[in-house]
Design a binder for this molecule. Structure first.
Ligand code: FAD
Length: 238
């Protein structure tokens, strides 16, 4: 049996959609604008076709304890978000936090590395198998990779089972043992192939979260310098 114990990352997020004209870099370049600061991360992009003028936004920030309705009210969360980002340089961020309705806050929970991802015909993929910090920006990507890997494995193992020469009664009520074995093998191989990659990405996310938690001013400027250098060097290479 698999026991799942969710871990709190000490990070929460708020977000939603605001109805407003899209900033030119979002409308023209389909950009996702992401800003990192000492007290959190803020991102916005188009939430639907540019013509509908909907800006999707989210902000993630450190919260030592997972916020709950007993410990903090939505009003307090909204006031905190406005205080946190109300003086940021980007006028779009200031506009969003001053007008966006904030209805809830989501603590971020992740899974520890699991010993396997399924058995007896049941398989976990995506967040069910490896919910990771959104800092990685990889959760949905890894879910898609799982789906593709599992489809390829099932295709191959089942094809081998059907090609084995032994007649399989596909119409029978009882699940033929050969098919059952092929599915079990696929589930085991999925874990063997995918789990090292996924746990490496999850660990990178844990490290980033630790580093980004309420940065000191010195670390904040070191991060800006690093990001500036990174973009500068990559544009020099073009
Ligand atoms: C703030 C934030 C930012 C993120 N940014 C990125 C990013 O930039 N890039 C990226 O790749 N990933 C990102 N992610 C992660 C990404 O959203 C998830 O990893 C991804 O959605 C996981 O997909 P999933 O299909 O495994 O699970 P989910 O998207 O959670 O889908 C599970 C579905 O099952 C439904 N469900 C649950 N229980 C039942 C039930 N009993 N019966 C029927 N249905 C049920 C749920 O309603 C849900 O629709 C981010 C996550 C967060 C929170």
């Amino acid at each position: 049996m698999l026991t799942l114990r969710l871990l709190n990352r000490g990070v929460s997020w708020v977000g939603g959609i605001v109805k407003r004209p899209l900033p030119p870099n979002v409308a023209d370049n389909r950009a996702i604008v992401t800003a990192f600061g000492r007290k959190g991360l803020f991102a916005y992009s188009s939430g639907s076709p540019a013509s509908s003028n909907e800006l999707m936004w989210l902000s993630a920030f450190a919260t030592e304890e997972p916020p709950s309705r007993d410990s903090i009210t939505i009003k307090e969360i909204a006031a905190d978000v406005r205080k946190r980002y109300g003086a940021w340089g980007d006028p779009v961020v200031r506009d969003i936090v001053s007008t966006a309705p904030i209805e809830t806050v989501y603590p971020i929970w992740v899974l520890p590395d699991l010993p396997h991802w399924g058995q007896d015909g049941i398989v976990l993929v995506g967040d069910a198998a490896h919910a990771m910090s959104p800092t990685t920006a990889q959760g949905a990507c890894q879910a898609l990779e799982d789906a593709q890997a599992l489809a390829l494995l099932l295709c191959e193992t089942l094809r081998k089972a059907y090609d084995s020469g032994e007649k399989l009664d596909k119409g029978a009520d009882i699940w033929p043992q050969k098919e059952r074995d092929a599915v079990e093998l696929s589930i085991r191989l999925l874990f063997t192939i995918r789990s090292p990659r996924v746990s490496g990405i999850a660990e990178a996310g844990r490290q980033l979260d630790r580093k980004r938690r309420n940065l000191t001013r010195f670390k904040e400027y070191a991060m800006y310098l690093f990001l500036w250098l990174m973009f500068r060097l990559s544009s020099l290479g073009k």
